[in-house]
Write a protein that binds this ligand. Structure first.
Ligand code: GLC
Ligand code: CA
Length: 551
């Protein structure tokens, strides 16, 4: 089937279903809620939805532990509600992509239940190992979620199984051709139903190296340097592509921990040997931490710019970027790279800063109104398995401060639709806490205010889609060393787009790049009233300006 690469002209929205909108009044977000809000998404300019997992699951990792790949969970409305959403989305020209979680399954999945009993053909579906004669674990790998070994003893089978994530998320043995057949069957099932592609969860972990060697490089997340980008990854992805995906005009998006552009280009890109369309890189999440949110550092604008630059420059002409600043795995950006004090200003700067880069932008639910991190009163209020199992010896206050910055729950509170009861998310008490900032940060109020963050997103998305240079223009950056400003342009023979962002909480003068005369350009987007257009302009706190030049 001829690929049209439709995803390159669209802006996506990520729905993390539990917290998006409750449509049937039981406190849990669901597909009825999605149905209610499709027109809202359309009005925002959204052309695609990525659904975090909707499948049947015990919910140990909020759906990333799948028990049944062929059915939508009843709490989200079941298969019927999904069919309705898919149809209604397509009627509005909104594409739908699903989360494909095949590095592991829930231990409640039928495959695992049979595998632990050695019922064929499931015996080798997972990564089972006997105890070593000296009684030691099979290797030194860590579980990313348990703060402990990645091996769990199973009484029934009398062996250990591997779980890189929670105990109830057992890693599949992708070297077994039968498992790969299952993956292909799942892909085909959902594509035949009409979905438009997949976001592939921790897909770079699926090929474990032979002999499962010990981690020797890292003191934490032990194992990741062994199984990330494993020996057969490319081959398996190619198999999925040539045997299934190539029959459909779909898109694939691979979550890729630790990946750098050069490695990414072995997977994505325009060549026929490339097996994926886009990767979710993590570099852009590391400007205020060391590899993980749990090792926070002060925000460094230079680091953030380096991350975006790296991908913009190295993929140019070779591969397509996926652009994002938020998702369900990281705390909110206004609280991190922006400023809660200059809430609206910084939310808008963050929006414009990435919306005009090369690639396909993704907006995470609530980001479009500038939702900020949630402040729980105590630790027991956290739900997330990773947060609950995170071990430190910090005193309570400091620990709460760390979790505020690091926990995935900071971005998982219900979407704030109104300032009213339960933030308009549900008529009954929601499954999770509502951020009390719903009072002043919510969709309803922002709809009424032409200068709101929401309307800024609307405008930015509209501009992104209508200005040709944003799609393929060359990326040039200015003042790379500046710790105050992020300034770049996108250029082709006909147009130049200049984006200037301040990341400072006070006013500062900015010397406009010599090749641009602001007087000759058109200011198309800004978050303050703009009077000056000289060679040196005064940028107010978190000010952003976007100018378009017709050449
Ligand atoms: C990915 C998901 C995350 C999940 C993990 C295990 O990183 O985005 O939410 O917990 O994989 O499936
Ligand atoms: Ca519900």
């Amino acid at each position: 089937m001829e690929r049209t690469h439709w995803y390159r002209d669209r802006v996506f929205y990520q729905i993390w279903p539990r917290s998006f909108k409750d449509g049937n009044g039981d406190g849990m977000g669901d597909l009825y809620g999605v149905l209610e809000k499709l027109d809202y998404l359309k009005s925002l300019g959204i052309g695609g939805i990525w659904f975090s997992p909707l499948y049947v699951s015990p919910g140990v990792d909020c759906g990333y532990d799948i028990a049944d790949y062929y059915h939508i969970a009843p709490e989200f409305g079941g298969d019927e509600a999904f069919d309705e959403v898919l149809k209604a989305a397509h009627e509005r020209d909104i594409k739908v992509i699903m989360d494909l979680v095949v590095n592991h399954t829930s231990t409640e999945c039928e495959w695992f239940q049979k595998s632990r009993k050695r019922i064929e053909p499931y015996t080798d579906y997972y990564i089972w190992r006997p105890a070593r004669p000296d009684g030691k674990l099979p290797n030194n790998w860590d579980s990313e979620f348990e703060g402990d070994s990645a091996w769990e003893w199973d009484e029934e089978r009398g062996e250990y199984y591997l779980h890189i994530f929670a105990i109830k998320q057992a890693d599949l043995n992708m070297d077994n051709p039968l498992v790969r057949e299952e993956v292909k069957k799942i892909l085909r099932y959902w594509l035949d139903k009409g979905v438009d592609g997949f976001r592939e969860d921790v897909i770079t972990y699926i090929s474990k190296p032979e002999g499962l060697p010990n981690e020797r490089l890292l003191p934490v997340h032990k194992g990741v340097t062994q199984y990330n980008m494993g020996p057969h990854l490319h081959e398996y992805l190619e198999e999925f592509k040539t045997e299934v995906l190539d029959d459909y005009d779909q898109v694939t998006l691979a979550e890729a921990t630790l990946i750098k552009p050069k490695k990414a280009l072995s997977l994505i890109g325009y060549g026929p040997d490339k097996v994926i369309d886009m990767v979710i890189q993590f570099e852009c999440q590391c400007a205020d931490c060391l590899l993980t949110d749990y090792i926070p550092l002060p925000f460094s604008l230079r680091k953030m710019k380096r991350a975006f630059r790296n991908w913009q420059v190295k993929l140019y002409g070779k591969g397509w970027n996926m652009l994002y600043i938020e998702n369900h795995d990281h705390p909110r950006m206004v609280s991190r790279y922006g400023s809660e004090k200059f809430h609206d200003e910084s939310a808008k700067t963050l929006c414009a800063m990435y919306m005009f880069l090369q690639g396909t932008p993704f907006v995470y639910q609530g980001q479009e109104i500038g939702m900020i991190n949630w402040h729980p009163e105590n630790e027991d209020m956290y739900e997330d398995v990773q947060t609950r199992n995170h071990r430190t010896h910090l005193p309570t206050k400091r620990r709460l401060r760390l979790l505020w910055r690091a926990s995935r729950d900071s971005a998982r509170t219900p979407v704030q639709w109104t300032s009213g009861k339960n933030a308009g998310f549900s008529e009954v008490e929601p499954w999770f806490y509502v951020n009390d900032r719903a009072k002043d940060i919510n969709v309803e109020d922002q709809e009424k205010d032409p200068a709101s963050v929401l309307n800024f997103y609307r405008k930015a998305i509209e501009l992104r889609k209508s200005i040709p240079v944003v799609k393929d223009g060359m990326y040039t950056e200015y003042m790379k060393g500046s710790g105050s400003f992020y300034v770049y342009s996108r250029d082709d023979e006909k147009q130049s787009l200049l984006v200037m962002c301040s990341f400072k909480g006070h006013s500062r003068n900015l010397k406009v790049p010599a090749k641009f005369d602001l007087g000759k350009g058109k200011l198309i987007l800004s978050n303050y009233d703009v009077q000056d257009s000289g060679r040196v302009i005064k940028m107010r706190p978190y000010e952003v300006r976007v100018y378009l030049f017709d050449l």
